[in-house]
Design a protein. Structure first.
Length: 327
């Protein structure tokens, strides 16, 4: 069995979807299952991205297995007029033979908001590159110095937690704590140190120079930023929303309001080693195997009965139906 991925992968600092797919592709190559489209049995594609290309590939190679790694719902993390969910939903209905959700939360909310179920579905949490995001060089925790806090976000969407970070910037005791934000922020911080987006290697180094990770992102299906921080050995404080609880488990604390965060920091400080010992995240090699096993299962069960593009015969009309140009 051979797998190909349709996604515009970049090595530049960018969103979590790119980071995970790049990592997954490298692992598929390592495990000897990756190939170019023409030789692939399985085509994996992501959310609303590269829909024109996916549709053309489906027309050219109708017998391949098409698996959709779905995101969002994006209407919740952006606004209810965001049309990308409808693109993803149409793609899932007309193109995908099977669907991979990033978390149980994402699966349930997507279905609640109108996504039609596929005959073959699974949930696989994301993972990160352990050659980069690991505990090698992580500073030891010392309670008798300033505690080092960190947050990160490539997106500057306010719903990525910036109201909570602004609250911390105004109310945190900076005699006791240092806090760093890495990424793009719509807020100009007074006390929090702000660093521009960094490539993965540099971001990992910065994470390892800190003690506790904080994320207040809303409706985040499976935060790669959180996974990266945990992989570097940082217990975390997370907004009780989206896929955060599934990722965090017992490796930190959940909050419902920013005012709770200072006391949760103290709780982790008092029992830091115990929280750190509870960090359990997926290994990318294991995640790749879960994808591969799912592909093999669906291949065996869908032979001769995969979806055909019979809803409209004309390729250009199909593309017009599925795509969305941003205003």
């Amino acid at each position: 069995m051979k797998v190909s991925i349709v996604f515009s992968i970049t090595n530049d600092p960018t969103g979590g979807g790119n980071q995970f797919i790049r990592c997954l592709k490298n692992e598929f190559i390592k495990q000897g299952v990756y190939s170019e489209i023409e030789n692939a049995d399985v085509v994996l594609f992501n959310s609303h991205h590269c829909i024109d290309e996916i549709l053309r590939i489906k027309h050219t190679y109708p017998d391949k297995l098409y698996v959709h790694r779905i995101d969002g719902p994006m209407r919740l993390c952006n606004n209810l007029s965001d049309k990308r969910d409808q693109i993803a939903n149409n793609t899932n209905k007309y193109i995908a033979d099977a669907t991979v959700f990033q978390s149980e939360w994402s699966k349930n909310v997507n279905l609640d908001m109108g996504l039609e179920t596929n005959s073959w579905e699974t949930v696989i949490l994301n993972a990160t590159d352990e050659n980069i995001f690991n505990r090698v060089g992580k500073i030891p925790f010392e309670e008798n110095r300033k505690i080092k806090l960190i947050a990160s976000s490539w997106s500057n969407n306010v719903k990525k937690g910036f109201k909570a970070y602004q609250y911390l910037d105004e109310h945190l005791d900076f005699q006791k704590y240092d806090m760093t934000f890495v990424g793009n922020s719509p807020v100009k911080f007074k006390n929090i140190k702000s660093i521009e987006p960094k490539p993965s290697g540099e971001l990992a180094k910065i994470l390892k120079e800190n003690d506790i990770y904080i994320t207040a992102s809303q409706k985040d299906p499976c935060s790669n930023s959180l996974i990266e921080a945990l992989a570097c050995g940082l217990p975390a404080i997370c907004y009780n929303d989206g896929g955060h609880p599934e990722i965090l488990q017992n490796a930190g604390c959940l909050f419902d309001a920013p005012e709770e965060i200072p006391s949760l920091i103290e709780r982790i400080v008092v029992d830091y080693d115990s929280f750190q010992a509870c960090i359990k995240i997926n290994n990318i090699s294991d995640v790749a195997v879960r994808y591969i096993d799912f592909f093999k299962k669906v291949l065996s069960e869908t032979a001769g009965k995969r979806k055909r593009l019979s809803f409209i015969g004309n390729l250009n009309i199909n593309i017009a139906m599925l795509r969305y140009k941003y205003s």
